[in-house]
Design a protein around this ligand. Structure first.
Ligand SMILES: [Zn+2]
Length: 345
């Protein structure tokens, strides 16, 4: 399996975040990608490829132009206007009913932010841009005939909306790739399924495709009644307009084990089969692992190979996009187990 990876992510290394009311080290750290890369190399998973540059166009097909410009300027404007050099983070949010939409980048921080977990440093835009290019390069490999490819994206993407960053995400890599595949695949107007197996609901991806019938979004995740992102991911959210029925959510209980999780995954894959897509995009988060500091599921390392095996039964050209996973020591192995499980069937 080809692995697409860029060192640019090292430049995005915020120091801290608030979690559960405590200031803690930033969980979405460069060490994560390092561990996954190391595990892929040790396992001899495949060749490591640098991303090609597809430019801004595929990003602007998904993201609001004002938001993208803002991402490019927020850190400099933040520092210029007296913000700490360690990183820009929102502390005031554009909630319902507030009338003003600011023009200055720093003032717009809370307009373009979903939460306070997404910190912008000097290298953040470059890292997010290259992360999206990794995803697009993996998609190109699959269009060119690879049965699957893995984009080792960092920062992750599935919480990012068209004009909102959040949950460590800035550009929605899975959404950028899914739309790109509908336009650039080998078939005209190809249908694409996105399977999101991250512990957290992919609120951004859902919002982006909510009214579309050519991209089917299906997600297994922690019930938003108890876990981030709280305001999306209920089973009642099923799409709107032409997209009604093309979003499916499986909110799951705390402590779910391998067998129960895999049973839901098989059901989800049967629904993907019915949709009959030309391509599959997997938002691959492994924070479903029992030891993950941000999760409350109970999956074992062996479950990940089985997840890959279930995905393989779909027999679809597949682009894997790295999302979450924060149990640093086990992270690489869980990712590799999933990809191996797909490859070995
Ligand atoms: Zn997650």
């Amino acid at each position: 399996m080809h692995i697409v990876y860029s060192d640019a992510h090292y430049a995005h290394a915020p120091a801290h975040e608030f979690l559960d009311g405590k200031l803690i080290p930033y969980q979405e750290s460069p060490r994560r990608a390092e561990m996954v890369l190391q595990a892929a190399q040790t396992a001899g998973l495949g060749d490591i490829i640098a991303p090609r540059d597809f430019g801004l166009d595929p990003i602007l097909q998904i993201h609001d132009a004002g938001y993208v410009t803002w991402l490019q300027h927020i850190y400099a404007d933040w520092v210029h206007s007296g913000g700490t050099a360690t990183g820009a983070v929102a502390d005031t949010f554009a909630m319902r009913g507030l009338p003003n939409r600011p023009q200055k980048a720093r003032a717009a921080l809370g307009y373009y932010s979903l939460d306070a977990t997404t910190v912008h440093t000097a290298g953040t835009w470059a890292a997010a841009y290259q992360s999206a290019q990794c995803a697009l390069t993996a998609a190109q490999l699959v269009v060119n005939g690879a049965s699957s490819a893995f984009a080792l994206c960092r920062p992750p993407g599935h919480h990012a909306h068209a004009d909102l960053c959040g949950g460590y995400c800035l550009l929605n890599n899975a959404a950028i790739v899914a739309h790109w595949l509908t336009q650039n695949g080998n078939l005209p107007n190809a249908k694409v399924a996105i399977l999101d197996v991250d512990f957290h609901h992919g609120n951004g991806t859902q919002a982006i495709f909510y009214a579309r019938s050519d991209v089917f979004f299906i997600s297994l995740h922690a019930d938003p009644e108890r876990q981030y992102p709280y305001f999306a991911g209920a089973a009642t959210e099923r799409g709107s307009g032409a997209g009604l029925g093309y979003t499916l959510n499986y909110p799951l209980p705390a402590g779910i084990d391998d067998a129960n999780y895999l049973a839901v995954l098989k059901q989800a894959c049967a629904q993907i089969n019915q949709f009959a897509p030309s391509y599959l995009v997997v938002s691959l988060g492994v924070d479903t692992f029992g030891g993950d500091p941000l999760g409350d599921f109970a999956l074992t390392p062996a479950a990940f190979a089985q997840i890959g095996g279930v995905i393989a039964t779909l027999n679809l050209p597949t682009v894997f996009i790295m999302e979450g996973g924060y149990a640093i020591e086990q992270l690489g192995q869980n990712v590799i187990n999933t990809l191996r499980g797909k490859d070995e069937r």
